[in-house]
Design a protein around this ligand. Structure first.
Ligand code: SAH
Ligand code: SF4
Length: 424
């Protein structure tokens, strides 16, 4: 192994794979925990800095392996503490990650693919098509970078965030991860599973399974086998109360209709050792799926399906004719579900001053599968806007720009808890 590309990237090895790596070198598996700690808890990317590993072993490691991270090409920090980073991956595409701090927690929204093949009608990532699957190192590298950028390593691990939401002194900044950036995580299954295992691994980031959430548009065969690989929390992008409407908004529904999807999700949840429920995500689009009747239908649909509902007012973007609903129609929709006994949250807009939503910009800037010049122009326009609002040059506060721009960062930081019993 002489070329850079041929070397194994230790950044992307889960604990079992790291153990296999050391076994192959003729070493003891406990070296794997040591190495994970150096990389993911101390932020070390230089094998020579791993001082509790002997020099000859380090030399051996360096001859076949290295530690490679994706590149951060841009950073935007919002007045409200939110951050967005543009991450360049080895395929040449760029993806986004977003950090949202809230009282008692810090949530990182991570991308799993550059682009997405599923083409949901309201999603900017879907509009750009699929470009590439992120590697394990590129997925976990986002969490590595967020820790590095927000606090540096060396602060306390994530367990220091107590379950009542109160942080211990000086905890790590990221307490929650949601796979809600660009891409469909379950279509990059193996890599996402390995990255999740590192997020929840005590020798690495040690995040609680309740605080790591996979969001899926409903890849049923993948949900069916999920329990064999992880016990992370689950969010399901439903967006419609019936198949006819969902076929239009989320085309994968034609293959795996709502009934099958809910059955599959129930199967996963029932296999978990604790009493968690999934989050149903419902993006409200004016005049499309936000009528009172849709809310009533949704209440009936989910009456035997324990869940929590997260309403996300649509985030407009230039390539879509859809509109964001008025706040009164959002609150009517919420009220109907609430009265039917559901626990409902509505995402409020955050990080307006750092521009376009998660997944709604860079795919067009850095993607090789752009569909048209029109898309490129729109992306350029969005980029200009974004730079205008970048923190260094910022002249308006987050509050002043509220209402002008919307962010898909709204979707973040979902809490998973038990709902009240639906009474429909
Ligand atoms: N592919 C996965 C995860 C990424 S999308 C999924 O579909 O669940 C994360 C969430 O953002 C999904 O619920 C998606 O429906 C929502 N979303 C995408 N575009 C949006 C937009 N323009 N406005 C509001 N929510 C959007
Ligand atoms: Fe892909 Fe999710 Fe966007 Fe649908 S909503 S196109 S599944 S990223």
């Amino acid at each position: 192994m002489t070329t850079r590309e041929a070397k194994i990237n230790l950044m992307g090895l889960s604990l079992p794979k790291m153990q296999a790596f050391f076994l192959e070198l003729g070493e003891k598996p406990f070296r794997a925990s040591q190495t994970l700690k150096w990389i993911h808890q101390r932020g070390v990317t230089d094998i020579d800095a791993m001082t509790d590993i002997s020099k000859p072993l380090r030399e051996k490691m360096k001859s076949v392996a290295e530690i490679r991270l994706p590149q951060i090409t841009q950073e935007f920090r919002s007045a409200d503490g939110s951050c967005k980073w543009i991450v360049q991956v080895e395929s040449g595409s760029s993806v986004e990650m977003v950090f949202i701090p809230e009282a008692g927690r810090g949530t990182l929204c991570i991308s799993s693919q550059a682009g997405c093949s599923l083409d949901c009608s309201f999603c900017a990532t879907g509009k750009q098509g699929f470009n590439s699957n992120l590697t394990v190192a590129e997925i976990i590298g986002q969490l590595w970078w967020a820790n590095q950028k927000l606090a540096g390593f060396g602060v306390k691990p994530a367990q220091e965030w107590s379950e009542d939401g109160k942080p211990a002194q000086n905890p790590r900044p990221v307490s929650n991860v949601v796979m809600m950036g660009m891409g469909e995580p379950l279509l990059n299954f193996e890599n996402v599973m390995d990255a999740l295992s590192l997020m929840m691994e005590d020798q690495a980031y040690g995040l609680s399974k309740r605080r790591v959430t996979i969001s899926t548009s409903g890849v049923v065969p993948a949900i069916d086998r999920l329990k064999d690989f992880t016990d992370a929390s689950l969010a399901v992008s439903l967006h419609a109360p019936n198949d006819e409407l969902r076929n239009e908004l989320v085309p994968i529904n034609k293959k795996y209709p709502i009934k099958e999807l809910l059955r599959s999700v129930s199967g996963y949840m029932e296999g978990l050792s604790d009493r968690r429920v999934p989050v149903i995500e419902y993006t409200l689009i004016a005049g499309v799926n936000d009528h009172r009747q849709h809310a009533r239908e949704l209440a009936v649909l989910l009456k035997d399906f324990p869940c929590k509902i997260n309403l996300i007012p649509f985030n407009p973007f230039s390539l879509s004719d859809y509109r964001r609903p008025s706040s009164s129609s959002v609150s009517n929709f919420r009220q109907i579900l609430h009265e039917a006994g559901y626990t409902v949250t509505v995402r409020t807009t955050r990080a307006d001053d750092i521009g376009a939503a998660c997944g709604q910009l860079v795919g067009e800037v850095g993607d090789n599968t752009r569909r048209s010049q029109r898309y490129r122009d729109a992306a350029e326009a969005q980029k200009e806007n974004e730079q205008k609002f970048a923190v260094e040059q910022r002249s308006e506060t987050a509050a002043e720009v509220t209402g002008k721009r919307f962010s898909r960062a709204d979707n973040l930081a979902i809490e998973i808890d038990r709902p009240r019993r639906p009474s429909v």
